[in-house]
Ligand binder design. Structure first.
Ligand code: SGN
Ligand code: CA
Length: 505
């Protein structure tokens, strides 16, 4: 009898382990403010992103992956919960404490036999929950010699460049994991967040490139009051000193005090040459604005070089360890970003460049190489999709749905949503973008700005992809009336009471 029990026990343990190994490992590389226009696979010819492109080539590229509130903390809160900001409680990047007692998908993965880890930028004013291992940056973190808070709760300064360190800690954890269980890890990169500080080996990597000005660089914001009143322009908001490092005191300035003498010497010597060149040009007006744009682009793209190189490190590691076949690798960013479109940097607006975020995913044997997905996916779908990959069902409070069927063969036949609902809140700091809610369909966009102004905007993306002509008028056209009804229905279905109250007025 005893032997039978033992034998049965061993059998169950064995089959559970087999099942565990059948389920894929999942690596989510999640960056900050790295936009799709800056990626080769999304059509940028100047960007050097061979490793992101490699994921897209070996798997799928999502062309319309939209965020539902385009800033950092809210995007991460939605990642963890699969819910809109008004449901998960994290609407703004302020001192709100993220409620960790609600449903969090990593906890569901743990409950289903996964080992989980979170490394890098979290930015939720709370410590990670649902992770067996974590090591995070406090707040926004630093690029050079950053601090990390680990599970002992001690803050430890690490020497090196943030993107390399986050990758190293992530791979160290994978190396030491319990190999009898599948694993999930978020590698949460700080790059390419403002103020775009490249790794030492990447300083000047794009100095020989002249970045073309986007067509809407000199937007006059006609008929778009919120756009006219923002404070995120390259011409007036971007700071010569803190952002573009002209005349910065590298011995004392924020983020640079922590440099070692060797690091400081390299950074100083690079930017001092930039500053000398700048002074000799004596620029003003449009020439000055365009110079700022070039410098912004050069530092932004150079910062992304390390991001891509470290993605390559992860891919190479998985291959070397024989983990590549059974590991899903995702690269995504928390939102898109303006690279001079409308004359801007930063994000927040429902307009395309900050609404859409890059998302590429590979899963050998399940997703065919070179797949592209055009359907409207949203970041509320990320949690249910990750759970689906692990064979776990999302609870009903999750507002998104798994898009795994769209990644598989014959995705055109899958019935899918035809509109994504959006709601942004943070105002007035730091960039004076009025709160707004709205929706994006395949062809149209309808938006309502509030909180000090009260304006509707309507765009026909087929004829005006740059969103320069607000066609709302008096709102009486048949298309607009139908879309308003649709917007209300969406706000009702997601139970967004704040928006519904405004729609009643
Ligand atoms: C900082 C930046 C802003 C940026 C927010 C939010 N200013 O406040 O430009 O919009 O973070 O970014 S800085 O002077 O500190 O660089 S987010 O990605 O965390 O949402
Ligand atoms: Ca961000």
């Amino acid at each position: 009898m005893k032997n039978t029990v033992l034998l049965l026990g061993a059998f169950f343990l064995f089959s559970w382990r087999i099942a565990a190994q059948d389920r894929p490992n999942i690596v989510l590389i999640f960056s900050d403010d790295h936009t799709y226009q800056a990626i080769g696979a999304y059509g940028n010819q100047l960007a050097r992103t061979p490793n992101i492109d490699r994921i897209a080539r070996e798997g799928a590229l999502l062309r319309n992956n939209l965020v539902t509130n385009s800033i950092c903390g809210p995007s991460r809160a939605t990642l963890l919960t699969g819910k809109y900001s008004h449901k998960n409680g994290y609407k703004r990047n302020d001192r709100t404490l993220f409620n960790v007692d609600q449903f969090l998908f990593p906890r569901a993965l743990q409950d289903n036999g996964y080992q989980t880890a979170y490394v890098g930028k979290l930015h939720l004013n709370s410590l990670p929950q649902g992770f067996d291992y974590w090591n995070i940056l406090p707040g926004q973190g630093y690029y050079y010699n950053p601090d990390f808070i680990g599970q002992s709760k001690d803050t430890v300064r690490q020497e090196g460049y943030v993107t390399d360190l986050i990758t190293r800690f992530s791979l160290d954890w994978i190396d030491k994991r319990d190999t009898s269980k599948p694993f999930f890890i978020t590698i949460g990169q700080k790059a390419t967040h403002r103020s775009w500080e490249p790794a030492l080996e990447d300083l000047g990597a794009y100095d020989d490139v002249n970045f073309p000005l986007p067509a809407s660089f000199y937007d006059d914001y006609k008929g778009r009051e919120a756009a006219a009143r923002q404070d995120m322009s390259i011409a007036s908001t971007l700071r010569l000193k803190e952002d573009l490092k002209i005349g910065i005191d590298f011995d004392n300035a924020f983020g640079y005090r922590r440099l070692t003498p060797g690091q400081r010497a390299k950074i100083k010597s690079y930017y001092e040459k930039v500053a000398e060149d700048f002074k000799s040009r004596n620029l003003s007006g449009k020439a000055l604005t365009e110079w700022k744009f070039q410098r912004y682009m050069k530092d932004y793209f150079a910062t992304a070089n390390s991001l891509d190189r470290n993605i390559g490190r992860v891919l190479d590691y998985l291959k070397e360890k024989g983990l590549d076949k059974n590991t899903v690798v995702i690269y995504a960013s928390d939102q898109g970003f303006y690279l001079g479109e409308h004359g801007w940097f930063d994000k927040r607006f429902i307009y395309e460049e900050s609404l859409k975020t890059p998302f590429v995913i590979k899963y050998p044997g399940v997703i065919q190489p070179g797949t592209t997905v055009d359907q409207l996916v949203a970041n509320i779908d990320w949690a249910p999709t990750l759970l689906d990959l692990a064979g776990v069902k999302a609870p009903s409070e999750v507002q998104g749905q798994s898009f795994l069927p769209l990644l598989k063969k014959n995705s055109k036949e899958v019935k899918w949503r035809d509109a994504v609902y959006y709601h942004y809140y943070e105002f007035p700091e730091p960039h004076h973008v009025y709160p707004h809610f709205g929706m994006r369909t395949e062809r149209y966009k309808l938006v309502r700005f509030y909180g000090g102004i009260d304006n509707w905007e309507f765009y026909d993306l087929r004829n005006d992809p740059g969103e320069l002509k607000n066609l709302y008028g008096d709102g009486s056209s048949k298309t607009i009336r139908a879309l308003r009804a649709r917007l209300k229905a969406l706000a009702e279905s997601y139970e967004d009471d704040e928006a519904l109250a405004l729609l009643k007025e």
